[in-house]
Design a protein around this ligand. Sequence first.
Ligand code: CA2
Length: 144
Amino acid sequence: MRILVINGPNINMLGIREPGIYGKNTFADLLSLLEQTARAENLEIEQFQSNHEGAIVDKIQESYGKIDGIVINPAAYTHTSVAILDALKAVSIPAVEVHISQVSAREAFRQISYPGMYCEKTIQGQGLDGYRQAILYLKETYGN
Ligand code: CA2
């Protein structure tokens, strides 16, 4: 099973600031967790991080016919991007949304998620483990 993990803007800065909200783990820790999960679960996991909305849209489009499941943390684009929502709808690949922080307990402007309107599940407030949980959900639901 081939899973694509997409991270949006500033996720590559994890661990550098705001440890109170996002924890002390770094982006390198996230990449290690993905590699460990791929080995342990016998999955092909590709990761993609971009600070650019169009690059994320391009990556989702390129996944069509190649990827079986998408885990996406759109970061700030969560709350603004109809383009990412439309790209997910266009490829129709099963997707799970992940947020490191508990967005439901944060500012009003974070209470809407456009990509989340497509995703079949949202995991939030679990730190980096949320990515592992999302991958396991996709494996259990769509793996063979
Ligand atoms: O909790 C999440 O995973 C978020 O997607 C993270 C986004 C935020 O805009 C969403 O509302 C919730 C922010 C990612 C930026 O991360 C930082 C990393 C280092 C320093 C400051 C922010």
